[in-house]
Design a protein around this ligand. Structure first.
Ligand code: 16G
Ligand code: ZN
Length: 534
């Protein structure tokens, strides 16, 4: 009961604004930073309860708004193995966030404790970090107040990328067990990736420079650290958009979301045809590549291209290692995946493809059902998961030839190089660099695997986006009644056409995606479908 008194007292310093309704969505809580203090305080309470419920295992809290503007911020919870918060607990986060008064908050907290049958006598352990946003420190203060009220142990890791925090949570919870994931420090993260990358690059010459746009965010200092630990003798990274001292520059006219949405170079890029370029987002969990061809035409190598490259390479390694009977590679995509990538994966590579709703948690869970599950959203968020069984098969395999030996060694190194907890731009970047070095490919050869179908994404503001509900991994509308039939009728008029409508999980709008045989047909189809909505 002391705890509840402490919570009520501390909460008075972080009053909930009147009239706002918060929701823990696909990206946790995310909105204007000046509306978040009460939410972050309460996330501190929930993180402590979650840790107690899981016997004092360490829970992570990340303060970031990813690719959103500097004025925004957000907060999300990380579960013990470095995954996203278990789905059923999102409702508890929302419940706490929306309690209006201190008394209501204590009531809500008691309800969560009772519903989850949590033993409040267990000591809670929480770690947290933030991105480079100027609102970060004051939100951290709110979080610390919540954790202190709960008498939770905590450790502040200060500024990190989101995937680094996920990594640390897993390291801490697996320390001293056979599943130990790595040293629970930022340096340990770089050393793990660096060692794996060096193994993969053994005998390869240093690739040409890769130009990395860091969105003027946390990726910049962290990529610099990574470059130092990996070694510039095998990794030539040129960092651009690395100004983290000017807040307004974050994600502005640069970064993965800008490049993917606008399908063009960040202004101010000075690159030559065939240079490899990549853009990270504001918390470095997304990466997209791109290049200019001889005519200076821009070509995007998005999450679908990365997934296809990874699936192709891993499938080849598994075959060379003589393990194709035991280890099956699969790919997980969303409805936004370019149709040409799906055809390439299924028909050319012969790998199974699953489609899930948007949001990392859906893709991650689906990927866990494969021996090796490659998952990427088209926007560049993704990773590759090796199941525990396939890891032990790879570990135990006895090579019968030098080729098998090399393939097994590469598979082991890849499983260390690729962040197993969540999509990680820095880890994905090294993976792509290593694969291209193995193939001796430039961006053009990589791009040659398949040609993207022309596509168009349109954002439509509607009266009530919640009226738009979907089925079949968001590919078909259930409500409002009648619209899907009209979408179908429009799509049928375009050869190779495809379109779907879904409510955004992060903005008050509905999104329309369309693909067709030509650029103008894709634009026209998207426009006509959008016309059905308002
Ligand atoms: C969130 C998701 C991202 C997804 C995006 C879709 C996570 C960590 N992030 O940012 O994966 O692509 O939402 O946004 O799951 P939308 O619902 O507005 O289209
Ligand atoms: Zn992000």
């Amino acid at each position: 009961d002391n705890i509840y008194t402490a919570v009520a007292e501390a909460s008075s310093g972080f009053a909930k604004p009147q009239g706002l309704i918060y929701g823990y969505g696909t990206a946790g809580f995310r909105l204007k930073a000046n509306l978040l203090a009460s939410v972050v305080f309460r996330v501190g309470l929930l993180a402590a309860v979650r840790s107690k419920k899981l016997n004092g295992q360490t829970i992570g809290v990340m303060i970031t708004a990813s690719h959103n503007p500097e004025e925004d911020n957000g907060v999300k919870l990380v579960d013990p193995q470095g995954e996203m918060l278990e789905g059923s607990w999102e409702a508890y986060a929302t419940l706490l966030a929306n309690a209006q008064t201190d008394t209501e908050l204590v009531e809500a907290l008691k309800k969560v404790v009772a519903t989850t049958k949590t033993d409040m006598g267990i000591k809670a352990n929480v770690i947290f970090a933030k991105d480079t946003r100027s609102s970060g420190p004051s939100l951290v203060a709110a979080l610390q107040a919540g954790l202190t009220a709960m008498s939770s142990e905590y450790k502040d890791y200060e500024i990190l990328t989101t995937p680094q925090l996920h990594y640390l949570v897993r390291c801490i919870n697996t320390a001293g067990t056979p599943a130990e994931y790595g040293a629970p420090t930022e340096l340990g993260y770089y050393e793990k990736l660096g060692k794996a990358f060096r193994t993969l690059m053994d005998g390869k010459t240093r690739p040409s420079a890769v130009f990395v746009d860091c969105a003027n965010g946390v990726g910049a200092p962290k990529l610099r650290n990574l470059r130092r630990i990996v070694g510039e003798d095998i990794l030539d990274v040129r960092i651009i958009n690395d100004d983290i001292e000017t807040p307004s520059k974050l994600n502005s006219q640069c970064g993965a979301d800008f490049v993917k949405t606008n399908q063009k170079l960040p202004p101010g890029s000075h690159i030559a045809p065939q240079d490899r370029c990549a853009s990270l987002d504001g918390d470095a969990d997304r990466v997209v590549y791109y290049y200019l061809d001889q005519d200076s035409t821009f070509h995007l190598l998005d999450g679908d291209k990365i997934a296809s490259l990874a699936a192709m390479f891993i499938q080849d390694l598994v075959k060379s290692a003589g393990l194709e009977e035991e280890i099956k590679v699969g790919v997980v995509q969303t409805a936004y995946a370019n149709g040409a990538s799906t055809v390439y994966l299924q028909k050319v590579l012969g790998v199974p493809v699953t489609c899930t709703p948007t949001g990392v948690k859906h893709l991650h869970h689906a990927a866990q059902r494969y021996d090796v599950g490659v998952y990427f959203e088209a926007n560049g968020h993704g990773t590759v998961l090796f199941s525990p069984t396939s890891l032990s098969i790879i570990e135990a395999a006895k090579p019968q030839s030098p080729a098998q030996h090399t393939a097994l060694q590469s598979l082991r190194a890849l499983s260390d190089l690729i962040n197993q907890t969540v999509g990680d731009a820095l880890s994905d970047l090294l993976m792509v660099e290593a694969i291209l070095a193995h193939k001796g490919w430039g961006p053009k050869e990589w791009d040659g695997a398949y040609t993207d179908l022309p596509n168009r994404l349109v954002r439509v503001v509607v009266k009530d986006r919640h009226a738009f509900t979907t089925t079949d991994a968001e590919r078909r509308l259930v409500s409002p009644a009648g619209i899907q039939d009209r979408v179908d009728a429009l799509v049928a008029k375009y050869k190779g056409g495809r379109a779907f409508v879904r409510a955004s999980g992060t903005e008050d709008a509905v999104r329309v995606y369309a693909e067709a045989g030509t650029r103008s047909e894709a634009d026209e189809l998207a426009c006509k479908v959008a016309g059905l909505l308002s």
